[in-house]
Ligand binder design. Structure first.
Ligand code: GDP
Ligand code: GDP
Length: 436
């Protein structure tokens, strides 16, 4: 089920990315004093008191050298298009500016719920200064301080009040939903067409086009699939639609609805930094992943090329060591038939459950093979393990002290589990919990 989306808008330097980072809980976008510094990451899962939602830092969506006003309009448009709730941020130390009023006008017309956050209210004495912001017309202003983390709770309480009610989706569990993610021009659209045009693929219906993507359902070898295509959606003609970050954002939203994500690479251009970033998103989302190396027709090959390319992928995408790699050409259709079986397998592994008794045999063998190390003179004791969930498969190990389970030992356990049960194509998660 899709998580609610919150977008933060406001003129440069009011503190959008500071808040974004705080809510996401890691310092992942760059905060600097220079207005308009490029951000790395504009979309992430945020958590506040156990509530999970996705947050967009619209300040990271930049359009070339366009003037400030054009930029802000585009950013507000993205927020209006994508978000369930908009946080409109202003600077409590500067009062209302013309730029704030411009943003306010756009949000006014949007019919989306807007929560007004007055940032940089770093202490109680400053709270009197927030009243002037009533004039913006969005009701009660919420004083916050991004750098000190003040007032966020009250603001977020207001934000979540506006989350839409979502009935539990009655999705067909058997149908495999997948989407494609990758840089522009790696061949995502071509690949969608190639998959749907594949032999013995029966395209049963083109479902209603959603706001974000075109869903197409089809059957192959008796299995039902839905391909969620955002790549083909270059529409509307709005300025920001062609932006790379924006298309990534669309793809990330599609990823939310996917069981399997295809990370598409271009053999012709090779691996770029941006590929890794995009793949990182897919990994973080906990979806099953298949790496697709497209345009295999376009490069000079000999018998060693595939192996070398594979080594390169493994080297550069170490965090995706579980993902199978498929080499193909959307253009010539060569090896295209190898893709869906991998999608199917990744999806099955993503929802696989293993028996506790066998799992604990694997655990005992692992403990015998590699005794647990001591940390600061304390010894970790591992008692037993159980699978608590799927999609992705999630395990809990019960231990004497969770802090003693070092990352490297956790990794070792993960590898043993993978060897025993074969979770190819899916990340797995392991948590340590104290035995009561
Ligand atoms: P953005 O351009 O809207 O994303 O703004 P940034 O998050 O990059 O912040 C701009 C500047 O304001 C940075 O120097 C931040 O350290 C500073 N800043 C952000 N939040 C606060 C706050 O709550 N109080 C104060 N005093 N400064 C802040
Ligand atoms: P997208 O932006 O990722 O959706 O990429 P497109 O599907 O629009 O493809 C970008 C360009 O790459 C187009 O010119 C395609 O014809 C070309 N292309 C796509 N797949 C292949 C392929 O397998 N081999 C070659 N040689 N070109 C391809």
């Amino acid at each position: 089920m899709r998580k609610s989306i919150v977008a933060v808008v406001g003129r440069p330097n009011v503190g959008k990315s500071t808040i974004f980072n705080r809510l996401v809980g890691e310092r992942i976008s760059i905060v600097e004093d220079t207005p308009g510094v490029t951000r790395d990451r504009i979309y992430a899962e945020a958590e506040w008191l156990n509530m999970h939602f996705n947050i967009i830092d619209t300040g990271g969506i930049e359009i070339g050298d366009e003037p400030l006003l054009v930029q802000m309009r585009a950013q507000a448009d993205v927020a209006i298009d994508e978000a369930d709730v908009i946080i409109f941020m202003v600077n409590g130390r500067e009062g209302i500016t013309g730029a704030d009023e411009e943003v306010a006008k756009l949000l006014y017309k949007s019919n989306k719920p807007v929560v007004l956050a007055v940032n940089k209210v770093d202490n109680l004495e400053m709270r009197d200064q927030i009243y002037e912001f009533y004039a913006l017309g969005f009701g009660e202003p919420f004083p916050i301080s991004g750098t000190h983390g003040l007032g966020l709770g009250d603001m977020l309480d207001e934000v979540v009040k506006h989350f839409p009610e979502r009935p539990d989706a009655v999705e067909d569990e058997e149908t495999i939903h997948f989407s494609l993610i990758g840089r522009p021009n790696v061949g995502k659209s071509s690949l969608v067409n190639a998959i749907l045009g594949e032999e013995r693929v029966i395209v049963s219906s083109i479902e209603g086009t959603t706001r974000d993507a075109i869903d197409t359902s089809f059957t192959k070898d008796g299995r039902d699939f839905v391909i969620i295509d955002t790549a083909g959606m270059r529409k509307k003609g709005k300025v920001y639609e062609s932006l790379e970050k924006y298309s990534v954002l669309r793809a990330l939203k599609a990823m939310e609805r996917s069981d399997v994500v295809l990370v598409v690479l271009d053999a012709d251009t090779g691996i770029r930094e941006q590929d890794k970033k995009i793949a990182g998103y897919a990994h973080d989302a906990g979806r099953a992943i298949v790496i697709v190396v497209n345009k295999w027709d376009a490069i000079e090959r000999d018998e060693k090329t595939m192996k070398e390319f594979e080594e390169d992928v493994r080297q550069q995408f170490q965090f995706l060591d579980y993902a199978p790699i498929v080499f193909l050409s959307a253009k010539t259709k060569k090896r295209i038939h190898t893709l869906l079986p991998q999608v199917l397998q990744a999806s099955e592994n993503h929802t696989k459950r293993v028996q506790s008794s066998i799992l604990n045999e694997v655990l005992m063998d692992a403990l015998a093979m590699k005794p647990v190390p001591s940390l600061k003179g304390k010894k970790l004791r591992i008692f037993y393990m159980t699978q608590i969930g799927v999609a992705p498969p999630t395990f809990v190990v019960f231990v004497n002290e969770p802090e003693l389970l070092h990352f490297s030992y956790e990794r070792f356990l993960e590898n043993r589990i993978r060897e025993a049960f074969g979770f190819e194509g899916t990340p797995i998660k392991i948590y340590a919990r104290q035995r009561k």
